[in-house]
Design a protein around this ligand. Sequence first.
Ligand code: KG4
Ligand code: ZN
Length: 367
Amino acid sequence: MPSLYQNPIKKNNSYTILAIESSCDDTACALVSSDGTILSEHIHSQKEHITYGGVVPEIAARAHLTYLPELVQKTLEQSGRSWKDIDAIAASCGPGLIGGLIVGSSFAKGLAIAKEKPFIAINHIEAHALTVRLPNITDHKVQFPYLLLLTSGGHCQCIAVKDVGQYQLLGTTMDDAAGEAFDKVAKMLGLPWPGGPALEALAQEGDENAFTLPRPLYGRENCDFSFSGLKTAVAHYLQPYESDVIPRKIAADLAASFQKTITEAIINRLEYALTLVPQMRLLAAAGGVAANQYLRKSLQQLAHNHQIPFIAPPIRYCTDNAVMVGWAAIEILQQANQKVMMIDDIGTLPRPRWPLSQMQERFTLGS
Ligand code: KG4
Ligand code: ZN
């Protein structure tokens, strides 16, 4: 009988992981193997929040509890595998909304104890950061070190990914996350939540040079982001229409101008990052905002100018998913076994904040 606290050590370091993601409003489960095969995956993007125009944490936590049992069962059934084929169970334990993290990680720990499997606690940001290394995303497995732009509804970070567990946070947002800025501006323009995709669609009709907006922190010698001033500038242009319907042309021009300006601000921060860490082998993007085609094209151009490749996972793996959680667990297991270290995360508590700088500890403490 395998001990709960023993890493599965297997020939060729090959593992099959059952993974759970529940840090925000996506309830997801996946079965992933170390050659990158996604044996099965299911995701339920909660619609409960639409009427509120944003994620309501308490509703999200309850919804995870409702959907998770069926999702896990379906994932396992459709994979054609049984519990004996599963080497470990992984779940996001932070950062994120604490209610959802408690539901997902407790559910995963319960399964781990009942099925006598090791439990691996995954940092959600680390999972986003390692997704580009999933085999099948590119022809060759992405090698360290690389520069990652993570832009989602809750995060906006620029990270030098140096190895599994070694992440240098170069810059982060001082106020809103990029996705949050997209969502708030979209709401001002009368678009439905989540606003990012709707704003991108509207921007296609607009003139991106119609409005001049501030480019926050542009030219500053750091890699931080700030978007609240940009959002306020959009609100200022909308003041004359406060009690009126915004003319479609104005809304489209503002959407296009906002999209262009926020992209320029992000690219400028990354330009500076590349001067700090010139040894980066490629530029990668993750997070929901990385679905934005205008941003993707600009990132592609930036990478081209620096003679490095640009890689972004397919959109469904840019946004929250459980495949990335399973893949991060595989990377951690392989690294731990190489260092002859045990992974014992059953006592790891979920947490709303979990700095990436702490991820190295699991490979250094006690070694
Ligand atoms: O990573 P994600 O699915 O969830 C978390 O926030 O963790 O990201 C969702 C965010 C939302 O703010 C959404 O508006 C934004 O990503 N987003 C976009 C686009 N698609 C999603 N923003 C801009 N353009 C898009 N096409
Ligand atoms: Zn995320």
